[in-house]
Design a protein around this ligand. Structure first.
Ligand SMILES: C[S@@+](CC[C@H](N)C(=O)[O-])C[C@H]1O[C@@H](n2cnc3c(N)ncnc32)[C@H](O)[C@@H]1O
Length: 232
């Protein structure tokens, strides 16, 4: 159930943040806040994404598409968040179509008719984009060989989940599921707010070629993107 847009409620003593909307989402309470120029999405009490930076979310898509063998590439972006990854996909010349997988219908509405439109400026309605609502795992399972580049950013990383059931994306079966959804020569990119030796080991067990990209951030621990490539 959507709350009223534009109310100036304050989150838990954080006086500088204005709650724009609070709704019951698929994975719990979903909140959109504004703090100065920055929009923030909070899912079930866990910070999900804000509009402050976006360098590593863009790098996720750029490096994954670059690692894939195809042009034009069929790209999966899961999930939408504030839309930096989607914008990067649409900016790349080698991208032919972009499927966006998003669990929360309200997140998509914030882009079509809400405050996040100021970030993505109608990108979700671009002719190259198809938005698929639901769990990205279901989409992967139904997409054998269907993507040249799969860009996963659904959590704060394999070891810092936003939704406990998302753990199934990062175990050996989840890695195999993504691998099956790739066309020959395709690439899987995974975003994380920190290193994970255990996840990287599982990824290397599933793919012969894995690269790790790190982006320095003010928080301290770098943002990490793994890009794994399937054989041609
Ligand atoms: C960290 S944000 C994505 C940030 C995005 N890369 C960007 O540039 O803004 C995570 C998004 O994934 C969505 N999500 C979480 N679990 C999901 C799942 N299992 N399937 C599809 N979307 C999911 C969340 O609702 C949220 O919109």
């Amino acid at each position: 159930m959507a709350g009223a847009l534009g109310t100036a409620a304050v989150e838990n003593g954080d006086v500088s943040a204005e709650v724009l909307q609070r709704v019951r989402g698929v994975a719990g309470e979903l909140v959109l806040r504004r703090e100065g120029d920055v929009l923030q999405v909070i899912s079930d009490g866990v910070f999900l994404m804000d509009t402050r930076d976006g360098r590593s979310e863009r790098l996720l898509v750029r490096e994954t598409v670059a690692a894939s063998a195809a042009a034009p590439a069929r790209v999966l972006v899961g999930g939408l968040g504030v839309g930096f990854s989607l914008l990067e996909a649409l900016s790349l010349p080698d991208v032919g179509e972009v499927v966006v997988s998003e669990l929360e219908p309200q997140v998509v509405r914030w882009h079509t008719d809400g405050p996040l439109r100021e970030i993505t400026r109608g990108a979700v309605e671009d002719a190259r984009v198809r938005v698929v609502l639901g769990d990205v795992r279901d989409l992967l399972a139904a997409s054998a060989g269907g993507f040249d580049a799969i860009c996963l950013d659904t959590d704060n990383g394999p070891d810092w989940l936003v939704r406990s059931t998302n753990s199934a994306l990062y175990d050996a079966d989840g890695i195999a599921l993504a691998a099956r959804a790739l066309a020959p020569g395709g690439a899987l990119g995974v975003w994380s707010a920190g290193r994970s030796a255990a996840y990287e080991q599982r990824l290397r067990a599933g793919f012969a070629t894995v690269a790790r990209h790190e982006t320095e951030v003010a928080r301290g621990e770098p943002d990490v993107v793994w890009v794994a490539r399937s054989p041609r």
